[in-house]
Design a protein around this ligand. Sequence first.
Ligand code: GTP
Ligand code: MG
Length: 195
Amino acid sequence: MEVNQVELTISAVEEEQYPTGNQPEIALVGRSNVGKSSLTNVLINRKNFAHTSSQPGKTQTLNFYHVEDQLYFVDVPGYGYAKVSKKQREKFGKMIEHYLSSRPQLKGVIELVDGRHEPTDDDVAMYQWLTYYHVPTLVVATKVDKVKPSQFNRIEKQVRQVFSMTKIAPFQLFSAQTKLGKEAVWNWISQQTGV
Ligand code: GTP
Ligand code: MG
């Protein structure tokens, strides 16, 4: 989809603030600083609409981006960021878990991992959790502009292995810098949402 219109509907901390209506939602999860907001910007054709930062912990609320009046992207606070207080982390965790496990409008989750490194225990736990709740999940290995194309197969193999993914579980390499994988990610979103 070529996106022209996008609007930040709400930065929510409570369920009462989530958008009403039945339009489909796609959430982005992953470690702090992995590139969730950057991927959102690529998908919606904007440079810094979803605020990005080289400092981890930038996104601290559930940000609902309304795209072409048809679906929402939900940019979620990252996990694994040590500088956020334990109390705050627990609060984020509860908010995210509640949203991911109980939201009927949620049609799929994009889990981002850093294509330069082996997935972390937190990454694995998140994938297992999504699988357990039967949330359709696309695993995206991002920042691959930082690795040689000759490594691409190895990255996919490693992520599939560490996550114990099935052969048909969807996986995509991505770069917010070169926009590699943009179309494939959009195709997956269209399949999940019918948009
Ligand atoms: P939090 O909001 O803190 O959870 O982080 P985030 O996952 O939203 O990450 P964000 O999109 O803010 O990106 C973090 C940093 O990684 C920024 O400096 C981005 O420019 C950089 N980055 C994101 N995607 C890519 C990519 O594909 N390639 C490269 N080289 N850098 C990227
Ligand atoms: Mg962010």
